[in-house]
Design a protein around this ligand. Sequence first.
Ligand code: ATP
Length: 374
Amino acid sequence: MLHNSEVFFIIRARFIFMFGLNKLFGKLNPEKTAILTALSQYKSAVFPFGIANDWVEKVDKTNDGFEVHLNLPFAAKSALLDIEAELLEKTQTKISLSAEIALTSTNKFKQIKHIVLVASGKGGVGKSTSAVNLVYAMAEQGAKVGILDADIYGPSIPSLFGLEDEKPTTKDNKTLQPIIKDGIKMQSIGFLVPAEDATVWRGPMASQALNQLLNETDWGELDYLFVDMPPGTGDIQLTMTQKVPASGAVIITTPQDLALADAQKGIAMFNQVNLPILGLIENMSHYICGHCGGKNHVFGQQGGERLASRHGVPLLAEIPLDIEIRTHSEQGLNIAKQPIKATENYTACSQLIASMLHYQSSTDSQVEIVMTDD
Ligand SMILES: Nc1ncnc2c1ncn2[C@@H]1O[C@H](COP(=O)(O)OP(=O)(O)OP(=O)(O)O)[C@@H](O)[C@H]1O
């Protein structure tokens, strides 16, 4: 038997559904209703609750099907092809999707919706390379993205973007303009002081420098700002973590035991300050043989998976050890615009991060799906 609150929930849900449809189309139309139903039933790791009706901006009839425009509340534009394929299968109608990315979350800092820390317990595991490639992938999903190089002791953002000779400018003598490449805004101590000066900085100076770079850069509006943290889990990293109003952290590790042990310390550090861990990325996870296509687990197997499941955090990606990743990074190339296989990993990973940040901060979606039994 239904309880009062359940009856209320059902009436409310129906009201929202009907009102939403009427608002969109004036009068209900069976073909359009079927499209909305199919969209809401589409499920994937990135869209665990389907495509909500209120993300649908408009549905237009064309000569051979429909055009549907979405306002997606997180960056996942390249999922549209997959969604189109499922809609075709379900409705037997050709449906072309287009989308704008319009985050609904409130700003976490100034005009920045989300700040994501990219950390590693150990140096040299590919943290900066992964951070830069995630940023490229996220921008390709239609988001406004920035990256802050907090790796004060070894700033590598200028070289990974191929912008070593750039110098930030100021319009008002108070704030620095970020350097911009492919629409991505960036700031790094490496643009401001010679590398040898940065390496001698002590802890307080390092976290002060991070604060200044974050506060005194004119970031403008950003959906996601990634922070490339210094490697390690010591006091400096802890202080930095406490000073940045981040939404979550991503930890990069390799499958080696030593790296995994340090990644575990990273998990403990973020738990200590109650910062949600969005997931682990196992970098240099395996090597695909260029001759036979076989997978070689050069540094060990399933270490990232075991660590992730032990701590209840998602394993976001297993990125191969790939010569093209290294060469593209060394040349400062935008990996998301290159036709290389490894790009898929960063694309999938960036969508998962965007989705998790959305559902983590969206109270609306929780209100609609939670049912009480009192
Ligand atoms: N998946 C990969 N495949 C091949 N090479 C990689 C991969 N990831 C990173 N590398 C290479 O490994 C080296 C170290 O990467 P990177 O500088 O990103 O590590 P890091 O963890 O940021 O280091 P640091 O601790 O010094 O900040 C670089 O030469 C980079 O090109």
